[in-house]
Design a protein around this ligand. Structure first.
Ligand code: MIC
Ligand code: SF4
Length: 643
């Protein structure tokens, strides 16, 4: 039996476990990336492990999220990260150099390598044939220290691409079509691999748009083959030597196959408030638009923005639309500036933003009240834009640019012939905003610069024999990490200050939650399906930890969030009988009378609702390793105990 692309990379990097679906497997990690919003905490954790120099082939720290400096906090965090990088052997990509996933694809990603990143869109690297996985900051810290990264061996899904995209239909429409089929939880426990004749029609940046937004499927990661198109991209980036060929064996076996005929696709949009709420643009055509934002790690490549510039050239943005454009990297920005495309955008009336996440994470450009905003981004969760009643639609750069000109949802196919825009033979290469680490002999001279906003990791303790705690919050299905730990310009600067950021925990759902949880001292959260979908932010576990949350009892979990809870020593419990969800109400006193013994010996935990007198059973699906982590009180304590 042959292997899939992902299985080949896993086999090459396996340090423990077997390639059997559901097995806990440990992977050797070649590269890591962090961004600043999760990075400060990841480096505090790395420091706590006491390993002087990173042990990976390449670790890069990017500053791209918290770039709005409205107080000392973000700038202090940037300086902290820069100094840690210098000392411990990490490359530092300065603010302004671009969005981590875009820059990593351009300058560092290598086919066949493993990459983990403290950001859920790390699978962007799958566009260049890497096994690239989003993880919690602590997992990334452990990998930097040379430790393995553990996942549950996923199922394999093949998306078979046939045909060729019609003019004005783009890579974004492909991934929206996949989301329409699989939904935001359809990828949980799976790796999505792309194959078929259609793959040869897609450039690396287009493939990366697709693997990037594979995160919205809940998938462990997504991956494309590495072929002549990959080689051409790497050559244009001046690093052809990084190329290796990689494809699935002809007799590789997949658990699921999805067919997408590219020739049949049309421009699509994900409507509020979920990336899988997909409709054809033709159905929305004519509705008024207030704002258009072009950029983010999904759609800010040279190719995307050249297409946008071409549409805008010689035209004017509609009076009712505010158009913002953020090029994904300094490389893209600089090339647009030199070839005149930037001038076309400015002339048309675009507001040009720095190369960073910006509006995607609510760092500016929040739309007007009830504003309709068309964005080329990957997430449209309620409130994420910074405007609680903002209506965010996720679209391709082509649809976004055309609609910015007309002022209404417009199918770009109405524009007539599309321009053929190709990748350049040579990208502009200038890595002067990537600072190299100090030489080993000089590392002791580097001083770590710690601003007053930087507080330590919250206190943890080993699992107790019993837990008695009341239900401090009851929520429904598809709770995102943006609900649990909102982002945005006001809250993001507190990422390195867990006590302060906890005051915002779950306030989108219930303003009283932080104060209530603190008063209770110990509590349990109850939720529905796909709890914790979205980002990799471990703050969605660390803030509850700080507020005394001992367990989260839900119908099902999203992958990264579940492992962040385990890493923080919070019990991830699922209802064995989903109807038991109705047997717990806010304020009920819950008792887990034999939790430690039950966890030590198996996966079933007894939960007694003292308020109603009912007893239910919950599942705590753990491997031997994660069981030991939970018993120790979290990954940091476990790592210290075992090193
Ligand atoms: C996001 O897109 O939600 C983020 C902001 O990039 C997060 C990381 C974070 O919360 O810092 C992610 O995707 O993991
Ligand atoms: Fe940044 Fe948005 Fe990409 Fe997250 S999804 S890394 S916030 S651009």
């Amino acid at each position: 039996m042959g292997y899939t692309i992902a299985q080949k990379i896993i086999k090459e990097h396996l340090v423990c476990g077997e390639l059997i679906v559901g097995n806990d497997i440990g992977l050797k990690i070649d590269q890591t990336l962090t961004q600043d919003a999760t990075g400060t905490m990841a480096y505090i954790e790395y420091e706590a492990m006491g390993i002087p120099r990173v042990k990976t082939e390449k670790s890069v720290a990017y500053i791209d999220h918290n770039t709005l400096q409205t107080g000392f906090e973000n700038a202090d965090d940037h300086r902290f990260i820069q100094s840690v990088c210098k000392k411990h052997g990490i490359y530092f990509s300065r603010p302004g150099n671009g969005i981590c996933h875009q820059v990593h694809l351009e300058r560092f990603g290598k086919p066949g390598k493993t990459l983990i990143g403290s950001d859920s869109h790390t699978p962007t690297g799958g566009g260049i044939g890497m096994l690239a996985i989003g993880a919690g900051g602590l997992d990334v810290a452990v990998a930097m220290g040379g430790g393995a990264y553990y996942i549950t061996m996923p199922k394999m899904v093949r998306v078979n691409l046939t045909g060729k995209l019609n003019p004005w239909v783009s890579a974004k429409d492909i991934i929206l079509a996949v989301l329409r089929v699989m939904s935001v939880k359809g990828g949980v426990g799976k790796i999505v691999e792309y194959g078929g004749e259609g793959v040869k029609t897609l450039t690396v940046p287009e493939r990366a748009t697709i693997t990037n937004m594979g995160a919205e499927l809940g998938a462990t990661t997504s991956v494309f083959p590495s072929d002549e198109i990959t080689r051409t991209f790497l050559k244009a980036q001046g690093r052809e030597e990084d190329y290796t060929e990689l494809s699935a064996d002809a007799d590789a076996v997949y658990d699921e196959v999805i067919e997408i005929n590219l020739s049949e696709l049309e421009p699509l949009a994900a409507c509020p408030h979920s990336p899988d709420n997909v409709k054809p643009i033709s159905e929305l055509a004519g509705q008024q638009v207030d704002q258009v934002c072009i950029g983010s790690c999904t759609n800010s490549s040279y190719l995307d923005l050249m297409r946008v510039a071409h549409i805008l050239k010689g035209k004017k943005v509609a009076d009712n639309v505010s158009l913002a454009i953020a090029p994904g990297s300094k490389q893209v920005f600089n090339m647009l500036a030199l070839n005149g495309a930037l001038g076309d955008m400015i002339a048309a009336g675009a507001r040009i933003l720095e190369s960073a996440c910006g509006p995607c994470i609510g760092m500016g450009q929040s739309p007007n009240s009830k504003g309709i905003s068309l964005r080329t981004f990957n997430r449209n969760f309620e409130g994420r834009s910074g405007t609680a009643d903002g209506q965010i639609y996720l679209v391709s750069p082509e649809t976004a640019a055309v609609s910015a000109l007309t002022g209404v949802f417009t199918d770009p196919r109405t524009l007539g012939a599309a321009a053929e825009i190709e990748l350049p033979e040579k990208f502009l290469i200038n890595d002067n905003m990537v600072i190299e680490p100090a030489a080993v002999e000089d590392m002791d001279k580097v001083e770590i610069l710690r601003g007053p906003n930087i507080k330590s990791y919250p206190e943890t303790s080993p699992l107790t024999d019993t837990i008695e705690a009341s239900c401090s919050l009851k929520v429904g299905d598809n709770i995102t990490t943006d609900h649990i730990m909102p982002a945005g310009a006001k809250i993001l600067p507190l990422r390195s200050n867990i006590p302060k950021i906890s005051e915002h925990c779950f306030t989108v759902c219930d303003k009283e939650f932080p104060a209530r949880a603190k008063t209770l001292e110990k509590s349990i959260i109850v939720g529905g399906e796909n709890y914790g979908q979205g980002s990799s932010r471990e703050h969605a576990a660390l803030a509850p930890l700080f507020l005394g949350v001992k367990a989260v009892l839900v119908k099902s979990f999203a992958r990264i969030h579940k492992s962040n809870l385990i890493n923080a020593g919070i019990l991830p419990l699922t209802f064995i009988n989903a109807d038991d969800y109705d047997k717990i109400k806010l304020g009920d006193m819950l008792e887990l009378p034999a939790v430690k013994e039950e966890i030590a010996n198996g996966n079933t935990v007894t939960v007694v609702n003292q308020t109603t007198g009912e007893t239910i059973k919950a599942d705590c699906e753990l491997s031997d390793r994660t069981r030991a982590i939970i018993l120790a009180g979290g990954l940091l304590d476990y790592t210290k105990e075992n090193s």
